[in-house]
Design a protein around this ligand. Structure first.
Ligand code: UVW
Length: 328
């Protein structure tokens, strides 16, 4: 725990961008940075980094998170019935309202809704997602997150930054020569990140969003097993991310960091979450689909791209779905 405290003191960005700051390391994304990101576009290739939101998602292991439930609220099957019966269906105001659109009118429509945890699939963790010792990022009180949502550091606050910046893929799968994904029991260390950066001939610059390919999502797509463990970042990578002044980090796995408590800090769960979200103010992207991006980067040897990844602006939410795209 002493090591954790030392790192926490070292990486803590509280007050760095003012006492009322709720953006954290997204402050590294300046107008120049956005322009730098746009200038990486050379081929016009658009690559989706978003997974599906549906019944076959990765959730189910935890009782507090389910896969999305998608329901149709109006569909083509309703139309004829509504025209026939609804005008006289006095006790069903929904049917009457809908039928008023259809009777004597060729107009038809479909509507739907979704019920899901905001962390169900490809997502951003907001800075209010994880805290310890009663404080959120920048010292905001943890009890400012109430049943009404996050008063401080909600995901809706980050819209001013896009989120868009220069993205850099670090391909751990290729570096390790893994067939599909990086097996558990071997956390990704800061030294390994340095090796990958050197091997790929890429530079990590202030304000970048670092995107780590572990192959977990590709493996999940073939097995459907959302519970399978895999490698993630060692908790000490928090210092690496801090030293490189990155704006955010995302990965294709469940938690970005290594899930095995044996590789963490005794007496804590998810120490990198605690350091990144609460101390540094650095957002984590989880369950990103990086297979196609990794293949494209391996093919052209270019590991930088324009990343466009705005979270759904759910007011007061502590995380949100995102369908990120990489443009090269
Ligand atoms: C928690 O930290 C609880 O979850 P996630 O891995 O979604 O960030």
């Amino acid at each position: 725990m002493n090591d954790f405290r030392r790192v926490a003191d070292d990486v803590r960005n509280w007050g760095r961008w003012g006492d009322d700051d709720e953006l954290g390391t997204l402050n590294f994304i300046t107008a120049d940075k956005v322009a730098e990101a746009a200038a990486t576009v050379k081929k016009g290739t658009v690559i989706s980094l978003g997974g599906d939101f549906g019944a076959n998602g990765p959730q189910g292991a935890f009782k507090f998170r389910q896969n999305p439930v998608h329901v149709m609220t109006v569909d083509g099957g309703d139309a004829q019935t509504l025209v026939e019966y609804a005008p006289g269906w006095a006790r069903n105001s929904v049917a009457q309202e809908l039928s008023s659109f259809f009777v004597d009118n060729p107009f038809r429509f479909n509507d739907d809704m979704i019920v899901m945890p905001l962390q169900a699939a490809t997502q951003w963790d907001a800075l209010s997602h994880v805290y310890y010792e009663d404080k959120l990022y920048n010292g905001f009180p943890a009890d400012s997150v109430t049943s009404f949502g996050a008063y401080h550091c909600g995901i809706d606050k980050v819209d001013v930054k896009g989120i868009t910046s220069r993205g850099v893929l670090l391909d751990v799968v290729a570096h390790r020569g893994a067939e599909v994904f990086c097996e558990p029991g071997n956390p990704i260390t800061p030294a390994e990140l340095d090796d990958i950066v050197a091997e790929q001939g890429i530079e990590i610059r202030r304000g970048d969003v670092v995107v780590v390919h572990t192959g977990w999502w590709t493996r999940f797509l073939s097995t459907g097993d959302g519970q399978e463990a895999g490698s993630g970042l060692d908790w000490t990578c928090a210092s690496w991310l801090h030293d490189h002044e990155v704006a955010a980090v995302a990965a294709d796995n469940l938690m970005v960091e290594d899930p095995d408590p044996a590789n963490g800090v005794e007496g804590t769960f998810l120490p990198m979450h605690m350091l990144c979200l609460r101390d540094m103010g650095l957002m984590l992207g989880e369950y990103w689909d990086l297979g196609a991006l990794a293949a494209d980067c391996a093919a052209d040897g270019v590991y930088e791209f324009q990343l466009i990844a705005p979270p759904l602006k759910v007011v007061g939410a502590v995380g949100a779905p995102v369908s990120p795209i990489a443009i090269k």
